[in-house]
Ligand binder design. Structure first.
Ligand SMILES: C[S@@+](CC[C@H](N)C(=O)[O-])C[C@H]1O[C@@H](n2cnc3c(N)ncnc32)[C@H](O)[C@@H]1O
Length: 345
């Protein structure tokens, strides 16, 4: 998934930097004896990577679509019958389209005669999305699929439909003309999961409240680093995941996101929110991914983390996220920093 701030291409950098810090402590346990928490999980790729390395994973995100995807990638673990899953995927792929919420609000044909015409998906793909979404819910309600299968199928839908969205990258706006990938016929493809530790748990909470309920060995923090709220940039994925017929508004058909606004996107609040996490974290090792253009200054991060133990810093040059190409700063690479804290007990 093309996601703002995804760490997919930085996994090796994270793994190497974390290993280097852990290797300084002779008493460090084996990975399968340690809990790794990824509490701003997004696409779930960091938690999934460390699950593959043997860690027991705690994952979390405030967005429900992220929770669904991560529930599958992190909590499912060889418990799905592959043949049965491919039968279900084929069945969903061959459904007749339905004129449901996505078609009626986010396709050009479905919004004809309405106050706002929107072109997020072709009529066919929107109808197919509605048909698949409704069928997954019916199957679950009627016990044809269990909860693990439910998250697998729903996660696969969210991951698949995103490839056909008629956007430059995020759902804050749609393109005026249908782009090539949006015109393709949607194909539901299975979202893979990572085989690893059987003891993994996924949450859908605000980190500010979650932090005092969890504990472990390694805490990985990857908060938003600028004002762009994920809830408004991925609102359609949220609605597909919840499928709760929300009241939507304006040109882009935005759902209300009051409860999901992040303090990490607000300059006046971010430092307090960050310190709250560091202070209350019941973890020995804390790692923060943050780039050099973030709302929190470097000095501020260092000052906050150093209050609670020994501070280290790793850096790597990183290619800029595609949606950033319109910005004034046209450099196509940026430096990604990994701030580390070995917390005093
Ligand atoms: C930079 S992205 C994480 C990307 C992720 N590491 C990946 O590789 O896909 C930040 C994530 O933090 C989530 N988030 C922001 N504020 C949050 C909060 N207060 N509590 C929980 N999650 C939050 C957003 O929904 C978003 O998915």
């Amino acid at each position: 998934m093309n996601y703002i701030g995804s760490k997919f291409s930085l996994l090796k950098f994270l793994e190497d930097s974390i290993n280097e810090i852990l290797s300084k402590n002779k008493e460090t346990k084996q990975s399968n004896e340690m809990i790794f928490a990824d509490i701003f999980a997004g696409t779930g790729c960091v938690g999934a990577h460390f699950k593959g390395l043997g860690y027991s994973i705690i994952a979390n995100d405030i967005q429900y679509y992220s929770y669904v995807i991560t529930k599958h990638m992190i909590e499912n673990n060889g418990n799905l019958d592959k043949d049965r899953m491919s039968v279900l995927i084929n069945e969903l792929n061959s459904l007749e389209g339905i004129e449901g919420f996505i078609y009626n609000n986010y396709s050009y044909e479905g919004t004809e005669g309405k106050e706002f015409r929107r072109m997020y998906f072709t009529a066919d793909n929107a109808k197919k999305c509605d048909a698949i979404r409704q069928t997954i819910e019916n199957w679950f309600t009627n016990n044809r699929i269990n909860q693990n299968e439910y998250y697998f199928l729903l996660g696969s839908l969210i991951n698949s439909i995103d490839k056909y969205a008629n956007t430059a990258s995020v759902y804050g706006a749609y393109l005026k003309k249908l782009k090539k990938t949006a015109l393709k016929k949607m194909d539901l493809t299975p979202l893979p999961y990572t085989v690893g530790h059987v003891n993994c748990k996924v949450f859908n909470e605000n980190v500010n409240t979650l932090i005092s309920k969890i504990s472990g060995d390694i805490l990985y923090l990857d908060p938003p680093y600028n004002e762009r709220q994920y809830c408004s940039n991925y609102h359609i994925l949220e609605t597909i995941a919840r499928y709760d017929n929300p009241i939507i508004k304006g040109k882009t058909g935005l759902r209300s996101y009051k409860e999901q606004k992040s303090d990490f996107c607000v300059k006046a609040k971010v430092c307090d929110a960050f310190e709250n996490i560091i202070k209350n974290a019941n973890f020995k090792y804390i790692f923060l991914s943050y780039n050099n253009e973030g709302l929190m200054s470097f000095e501020k991060i260092k000052n906050i983390m150093s209050k609670y133990g020994d501070y280290f810093l790793y850096a790597q040059e990183y290619r800029r996220f595609k949606a950033d190409s319109n910005r004034e700063n046209k450099a196509d690479s940026t430096i990604e920093y990994l701030h580390c804290l070995v917390k005093r007990s």
